[in-house]
Design a protein around this ligand. Structure first.
Ligand code: GDD
Ligand code: MN
Length: 387
């Protein structure tokens, strides 16, 4: 076992099968949907591990595939294989959670049914867990790991982009992997698990607050039977998942950053409104009124977006009160700005373009900080960890 530069551990080399007292018990969770054809070869390869001395319990969590899966498992009459057929629930993550809840051993492994994940790597998982890892990933992207040829360019790009998006949460090389190992005490630490996470490995690393994550190199094979369940919807869900994880792990930053971005967009909206409204309304009203209208409309724009993106926990209630409060809060830095600018203008020498720019930059940074913290404090009370 070596520690790589990202702090994750890479485990290499063959592992001797356990024997006698060292015999290790492992629960293997296999979520399935229409994997009838893949199950016989999977069970056969797992059974070979048993012959080598491993004590395995296999939990197949099937979402009512009706493709012969039930009949096949029943025909095996194997006490070490349990089939859980879910009638009402659907979805990969909840299936995995169900399997983890039902598992009876202290070492837990989650793997796909389609033979993309080699069961022969399970001993290396166990070794990593015994060496102190809290969580193990079967990884395509550490030395020794690989992906079978024939992965389309699109799927590869997809996987890379998704991996980069997971960087704020973990530095492991293959956080998208669905081949996982963990100790029961790690699993019991999980908080607020979110079933939208198709990437259950990433979800568990974050929500179990894992710091010691090991990566075991695997060869990821292309499935031979059936089809992938990864669709466009899965990618949309992944985006939602990343946002939820960010709000869970970094609640302050994921509120302030959108607030600052919306603030910057607001400046653009304000300038555009002036450009449109000044020529349109000059004949009917004075400049100060037009400016006031543009400011108010900009505040509406910011309020609507901030409520959704920066203060996402704000419910449906109290919109009117919040709007009035929001306008009042935004007005404070505006008035301060106005006062500072006019008092400097008294002395013409003071207002050079550079000083003006610096003033505006400092003013907007302070303004954004002020608006955000006061809005949070007075209008949108702190989020609970349930976003
Ligand atoms: N019970 C249940 N319910 N199982 C499901 C469901 C579901 O709704 N959807 C998928 N599965 C099972 C499949 O039967 C399979 O055993 C496993 O979950 C993975 O599904 P695949 O359809 O084979 O996924 P994939 O090959 O596109 O994705 C693989 O690669 C990803 C990394 O690129 C999986 O290993 C993913 O876990 C991994 O993230
Ligand atoms: Mn697959």
């Amino acid at each position: 076992m070596e520690i790589d530069e990202t702090g994750s551990q890479v485990s290499n080399g063959p592992v001797q099968p356990p024997s006698g007292e060292g015999r290790r018990s492992v629960s293997i969770i296999v979520p399935t949907y229409q994997e009838g054809e893949s199950l016989p070869p999977l069970i056969e390869r797992l059974d070979r591990l048993r012959s080598a001395g491993w004590d395995l319990e296999v939990l197949i969590v099937d979402d009512n595939s009706r493709d012969g899966t039930e009949e096949f498992i029943e025909s095996l009459e194997a006490a070490w294989i349990r089939l859980i057929v879910r009638q009402d629930d659907r979805g990969l993550s909840t299936a995995v959670m169900k399997g983890l809840e039902e598992a009876s051993h202290d070492l837990l492994v989650v793997m796909d049914a389609d033979l993309s994940h080699p069961p022969e790597s399970i001993p290396a998982f166990v070794e990593a867990l015994s060496d102190g890892a809290e969580f193990v990933i079967g990884s395509r992207y550490v030395p020794g790991g690989s992906t079978e040829d024939g992965w389309g360019y699109l799927r590869w790009v997809n996987s890379k982009v998704a991996t980069v998006m997971a960087r704020p949460f973990t530095r492991v090389k293959d956080p998208m992997s669905g081949f996982l190992g963990l100790r029961r005490d790690t699993w019991l630490r999980a908080e607020d698990l979110d079933p939208i996470g198709y990437k259950i490995g990433l979800e568990l690393i974050v929500k179990c607050r894992c710091t010691k994550v090991a990566e075991v190199p695997i060869h990821f094979s292309t499935r031979r039977h059936g089809e992938s369940k990864l669709t466009l919807k899965v990618q949309k869900d992944y985006l939602k998942h990343i946002i939820r994880l960010a709000r869970w792990k970094y609640p302050e930053r994921s509120s302030f950053i959108p607030f600052a971005v919306v603030g910057a967009m607001g400046i653009g909206v304000y300038v555009a409104l002036l450009a449109v409204l000044v020529p349109l309304l000059s004949s009917v009203m004075g400049k100060p009124w037009i400016i006031a209208i543009a400011i108010l409309l900009t505040m509406c724009f910011n309020f609507i977006l901030d409520r959704k993106l920066a203060f996402w926990w704000a419910g449906k209630e109290r919109v009117a009160t919040q709007f009035v409060g929001f306008v009042a809060i935004c007005t404070v830095p505006v008035l301060v700005n106005f006062w500072v600018t006019t008092s400097f203008s008294a002395d013409d020498q003071m207002v050079t373009p550079l000083a003006g720019m610096i003033g505006a930059a400092v003013g907007s940074v302070l303004g954004v900080l002020f608006n955000w913290s006061v809005s949070r404090l007075l209008l949108f009370s702190r989020p609970r960890r349930d976003a």
